[in-house]
Design a protein around this ligand. Structure first.
Ligand code: AMP
Ligand code: TRP
Length: 339
């Protein structure tokens, strides 16, 4: 019975031509692992994608790519409710209501907003970017999610979501479940291969810093081989003194389901080069089928769209119930007697 299971919910924005390894290890892989034990909702936050500069043609293409990558990575549209955010209008509707209980200062304190504004300049920042976290809260609260598996960078947004849920509940009556973030410590952050002080991201400085799940596996292997490593020769996990090697060990351990301790033992007395060569090979083995499956799914966009439409229908069945109760509690007049 799905109803007795805890609900998990998450999503990754369609803002690049491919998800990267950080998205996979920090997020998607956890979703796949949790899919069978929980009641899963996974979606593609395209409304969030337009809070920064975007191109309409690219956005549509990227939304399908991310959808295909979710499935190729193991999200099963039969087990999970799987859809595109803009197909479910309740997200924007609930976000508006939440905007009206979110403080201006509260939103202005979000570090992701501050970072993005600092980079783009405050004139380039839009109201949409400012309201990003209350839209994210709406995504989560509409489905009464228990757990939200995300990377470390989303912790603050989750805190705000909890605050808004509690605030709404205490002002208007119990309406929302207060969700919890699920952030796995060991893999919460995958670092840039060229600059292990920064997280791997879509916007890293060097293209060699990130591995794109859709890139030629041989290129990915080269990026692993040219990853920046640390002084010394010993292969040992030490995030402070050896951030480069530690990052490679984390990636290696996740892809093979081995422990770091096991890898440290296996590589005792070996050189950094050995580790990199093995990990480069692993990367090719990991990416090759993933890429083939993604391309196969992309070659049939009608089928992909059909799966997404089915997911949107299932999502709306849940979201519309929550939104109706929110509207009622707020005091919006019911639309009665037909149109
Ligand atoms: P985004 O593409 O920004 O929507 O991110 C999708 C998911 O990937 C979120 O849960 C992020 O926290 C996670 N994520 C992004 N970059 C990394 C990284 N370098 N390491 C671990 N998780 C990440
Ligand atoms: N903000 C998330 C990110 O950048 C994406 C996202 C939007 C999300 N809505 C969400 C994640 C709801 C989890 C739950 O990664």
């Amino acid at each position: 019975m799905t109803s007795t299971r805890q609900r998990i919910l998450s999503g990754a924005k369609p803002t690049a031509d491919s998800l990267h390894l950080g998205n996979y290890i920090g997020a998607v892989r956890q979703w796949v692992d949790m899919q069978s034990e929980y009641d899963p909702v996974f979606f593609i936050p395209d409304l969030h994608a337009i809070t920064v500069d975007f191109d309409p043609v690219e956005l549509a293409k990227r939304t399908r790519i991310v959808a295909a990558q979710y499935i190729a990575a193991g999200i099963d549209p039969d087990k999970s409710i799987f859809f595109v955010q803009s197909h479910v209008p309740e997200h924007a509707q609930l976000a508006w209501a939440l905007n009206c209980i979110t403080g201006y200062g509260e939103a202005a304190r979000m570090t992701q907003f501050k970072d993005k504004t600092a980079k783009a300049g405050s004139d380039a920042a839009t109201l949409g970017l400012f309201a990003y976290p209350s839209l994210m809260a709406a995504d989560i609260l509409l489905y009464q999610a228990d757990l939200v598996p995300v990377g470390e960078d989303q912790r603050q947004h989750l805190e705000l979501t909890r605050t808004l849920a509690q605030r709404f509940n205490s002002r208007f009556g119990e309406t929302f479940k207060v969700p919890q973030a699920t952030i796995l410590k060991s893999t919460a952050k995958i670092y840039d291969l060229q600059n292990p002080a920064a997280k791997m991201s879509k916007t890293g400085e060097s293209p060699n810093g990130a591995i794109q799940l859709l890139e030629d596996p041989k290129t990915a292997a080269k990026r692993i081989k040219s990853a920046v490593t640390d002084d010394g020769t010993e292969i040992r996990f030490d995030a402070e003194a050896k951030p480069g090697i530690s990052n490679l060990l984390t990636i290696y351990a996740t892809l093979t389901n081995r422990t770091i301790a096991d890898l440290e033992e296996a590589y005792q007395g070996k050189m950094y080069g050995h580790l990199k060569t093995d990990l480069a090979e692993l990367m090719v083995e990991f990416l090759t089928p993933l890429r083939a499956r993604t391309n196969e799914l992309m070659s049939d966009p009608a089928e992909l769209d059909r799966l997404l439409a089915r997911g949107a229908g299932r999502a709306r069945d849940i979201a519309s119930v929550t939104l109706a109760s929110v509207y009622d509690r707020i005091g919006f007049l019911p639309l009665s007697g037909g149109r």
